[in-house]
Design a protein around this ligand. Structure first.
Ligand SMILES: *[C@@H]1O[C@H](CO)[C@@H](O)[C@H](O)[C@H]1NC(C)=O
Ligand SMILES: *[C@@H]1O[C@H](CO)[C@@H](O)[C@H](O)[C@H]1NC(C)=O
Ligand SMILES: *[C@@H]1O[C@H](CO)[C@@H](O)[C@H](O)[C@H]1NC(C)=O
Length: 463
């Protein structure tokens, strides 16, 4: 199952970087440029200033190339290269930490064993010491059967990823679209583990790796090594399964930035978009999403990645639900969600197995086709979602934008992340980009919860 719509408007693109075939020590800058810019430059095939280019200019020289001690390797060689690197380790005396670091990098892999990857558009000017780390979304897989299908796609293998992707919305380098973050270093960590970057297991029969948590660790350490360690400010973002991953990893990210000796502290904050998956009763009286999440947690070895503050008193599946985690998070979090999340309606409330007669089929793809009792059910869901963030919203450092839209993922699309009046959903006279920026920079407290549908006329409904 995949959702996540393609951005339809042109933006800058960023080229894929494979991690793990290139040990952190080898990626250091060889020029006086900032490390991130240098790393980006080498990926562009070298020579250029910035790697991000317009979609239409046909710049596709070396989309899969990365450097290791001055030589270039193609991504298709990454598995072979790993073997060489492991051979080199076996033959040499390495410090224990080096061995551990190598192991950590080499064991971070997509479902099919290929290296994890990210796309980067380097920051500039005042933004060059600020980083957005975006965790790519794209559903989950909950069984050997469905994971096997993902394994042969870009959601399970870096061999099948698009090498260049558009950066839009909060990832955009356009000042007009994205005034608060446009010049930051912007990284999208690609999603190829099927478990919100939280799994750690291996399925021997099917030969499928579930190494999301190792991907997370390896890529974050790699980003630290290319410049993020000296960041002044960092924002972790992601949408859908990536938005859930943000909630699961936000405090872990902050732990990578211990207070410096001189008292300097990197500001770390997190934005979860479309990630507030709710443990709700479905139309048949069951808990479809709970059973689905339970399968993912068990299959992918997720329990040990979940916050101990939650697993100390609840079962692992419960601790995969944001509602049971967000109140104990230490790091400032902004929750951006549609109260009538279109994916939750089809995945959690009215999935086919809860609707054998198909009476919800038209309603769940077209809100105007819902009858009064169906709409009433959806209003009940909205009210539950709103009350689930009540405790959370008491804290000053937390931000909230719960729109009354039938939508999903609002931060990465031009239509919804935009300061131009009339483009973004508006609550309390503010659109999404302004609300998130105000919260990040402490310009204002943002606790925006919209009135019930259909009162808001600024929505971009997708169903
Ligand atoms: C990379 O791939 C290209 C063709 O795709 C090939 O010509 C070149 O030899 C490869 N480079 C390495 C280092 O394997
Ligand atoms: C509304 O739809 C439900 C099915 O979800 C159906 O059981 C009910 O009878 C319908 N109500 C009306 C008034 O049509
Ligand atoms: C949605 O449902 C309404 C009411 O039944 C109908 O008039 C409209 O054509 C439907 N829209 C689509 C796109 O199917």
């Amino acid at each position: 199952m995949m959702w996540g719509r393609r951005p339809s408007l042109p933006a800058l693109v960023a080229v894929l970087v494979l991690v793990g075939s290139c040990c952190c020590c080898c990626c250091s800058a060889e020029t006086s440029e900032s490390p991130a810019a240098a790393a980006a430059d080498e990926l562009s095939g070298g020579g250029g200033r910035r790697r991000a280019r317009g979609v239409g200019d046909g710049a596709h020289h070396h989309p899969h190339v990365r450097r290791q001690r001055g030589r270039r390797y193609n991504g298709s060689n990454s598995v072979m290269f790993r073997k060489q690197l492991l051979g080199a380790i076996n033959g040499k005396e390495l410090a224990v930490e080096q061995r551990e670091q190598m192991f950590e990098i080499m064991s971070a892999m997509c479902m099919d064993g290929t290296p994890p990857a990210y796309n980067l558009d380097p920051g500039s000017g005042a933004g060059s010491r600020s980083w957005i780390v975006n965790l790519e979304g794209g559903a989950w897989c909950n069984s050997v059967k469905t994971c096997r299908l993902s394994k042969g796609t870009g959601r399970g293998s870096s061999d099948h990823m698009e090498k260049e992707i558009a950066f839009t919305g909060i990832m955009s380098s356009s000042r007009a679209v994205n005034p608060d973050f446009y010049n930051w270093n912007r990284v999208k960590i690609r999603y190829c583990d099927g478990g919100s970057f939280a799994g750690d297991a291996y399925n021997k029969e099917a030969g499928i790796y579930f190494r999301g948590q190792r991907i997370w660790n390896a890529v974050i350490k790699h980003l630290l090594s290319i410049g993020m360690a000296s960041a002044d400010q960092v924002l972790l973002t992601g949408c859908s399964s990536g938005g859930l991953a943000v909630i699961l990893h936000c405090d872990q990210l902050r732990a990578f930035f211990p207070p410096a000796a001189g008292g300097r502290q990197t500001t770390v904050k997190c934005l979860s978009d479309g990630g507030l998956y709710f443990d709700a009763v479905d139309i048949s009286g069951g808990r479809s999403l709970r059973s689905y999440f339970g399968d993912i947690v068990a299959l992918q070895g997720i329990p040990q990645s979940l916050p101990g503050s939650c697993t100390a008193h609840l079962d692992a599946t419960s601790c995969f639900f944001p509602q049971n985690i967000i109140n104990d998070m230490k790091t400032p979090l902004f929750i951006l969600n549609a109260a009538y999340d279109a994916i939750q309606i089809s995945l959690s409330l009215a999935p086919d197995r809860a609707d054998p007669s198909g009476s919800w089929r038209t309603c769940k793809s077209n809100r105007s086709a819902c009858n009064a009792s169906q709409m009433n059910f959806l209003q009940g869901f909205r009210d539950q979602m709103v009350s689930s963030v009540q405790g959370f919203s008491q804290s000053r450092s937390k931000g909230l934008f719960i729109s009354s839209c039938f939508a999903h993922c609002q931060s990465e699309q031009l239509g919804t992340w935009n300061n131009v009046p009339g483009r973004s959903p508006i609550i309390q006279n503010k659109g999404i980009a302004k609300s998130v920026g105000d919260w990040y920079y402490n310009r204002a407290e943002v606790k925006a919860v919209d009135c019930r549908y259909p009162c808001d006329k600024t929505c971009h409904h997708i169903m």
